[in-house]
Write a protein that binds this ligand. Structure first.
Ligand code: FMN
Length: 250
């Protein structure tokens, strides 16, 4: 097992942070290294990042990100933006044909941005800091565009909180490699295979919540009997944007 594998196996999302600042100059060195160490489509590097450290901005982000307290605890938050604005300004200045203002370009920029975010995450973890992603970024794209004064073709795709860990959570489980890796062609999953692959995870769910009376009670209220049902219930992924999407679809 090499050093990089050690780093990967040490990974845990960290949501509780010490009241200690992290060095912003050091963070900037890591961001520079992450940009260097990450491939990007056409080397256009169609991303930007916004660093939030001020208590006022953190408070606003906390409100928008469904009040996730890790935002208030962490010394800094990095919002990752899919950004074709900068490239398009460069095209304009170069008197080149305009481009990259379509859905394909958004996807390209979003993928580049996510690749960068994971390099930043690993660089921070290698430094001994803790990180957690915030998927809530996708629920509040328009609000963040307002908060950060984003011009057209700049779209938030994810965020990381970064700080000195104040917890050592147990590793979260993954399915065995065979669950994710197909040889030569795809093999669709039938009930039997799903049962084999998810048995441990399903059992863990029962164990994890068997003693948590509050969650047990809420599961009962919502009719949730297993982990699969939990995921699409009101207790987990039932965000307001899903409602909006549902309504838009009629
Ligand atoms: C794109 C993305 C969005 C996430 N969003 C959140 C979030 O909003 N809040 C949170 O507490 N954890 C969030 N997480 C962390 C996941 O819950 C976590 O990675 C997962 O449970 C596995 O745990 P581990 O990272 O400790 O291995 C997110 C992770 C990813 C990759």
């Amino acid at each position: 097992v090499n050093d990089f594998e050690h780093l990967l196996y040490r990974h845990r999302s960290i949501r509780t942070f010490k009241d200690t600042p992290i060095s912003i100059p050091r963070l900037k060195e890591l961001l520079k290294a992450a940009i260097h160490g990450t491939s990007s489509s056409g080397n256009l590097n169609s991303y930007s990042m916004i660093l939030t450290t001020s208590p006022e901005q953190k408070q606003k982000l906390w409100k928008l990100h469904l009040e996730q307290d890790m935002i208030l605890e962490a010394p800094c938050i990095i919002t990752f933006l899919a950004d074709f604005h900068r490239v398009r300004q460069w095209l304009k200045k170069s008197q080149a044909r305009d481009g990259f203002n379509d859905y394909l370009s958004y996807s390209v920029a979003a993928f580049d941005t996510l690749l960068l975010s994971q390099s930043v995450a690993l660089a921070c973890e290698a430094e001994g800091w803790g990180i957690c992603y915030m998927g809530t970024t996708l629920y509040i794209v328009e609000e963040l565009q307002g908060l950060f004064d984003l011009p057209p073709t700049v779209v938030p795709v994810t965020s990381l909180v970064v700080g000195v860990p104040a917890e050592e959570p147990a590793a979260r489980s993954r399915l065995p490699l065979e669950a994710y890796l197909h040889e030569e062609r795809y093999h669709a999953y039938d009930n039997k295979r799903i049962e084999e692959l998810y048995a441990e995870r399903d059992a863990d769910f029962v164990k994890r919540y068997a003693t948590n009376l509050e969650i047990l009670e809420r599961c009962k209220q919502e009719g949730v009997q297993n982990l699969g049902q939990f995921y699409t219930s009101r207790l987990k992924y039932y965000p307001p944007h899903a409602w909006r999407y549902g309504e838009a679809q009629g």
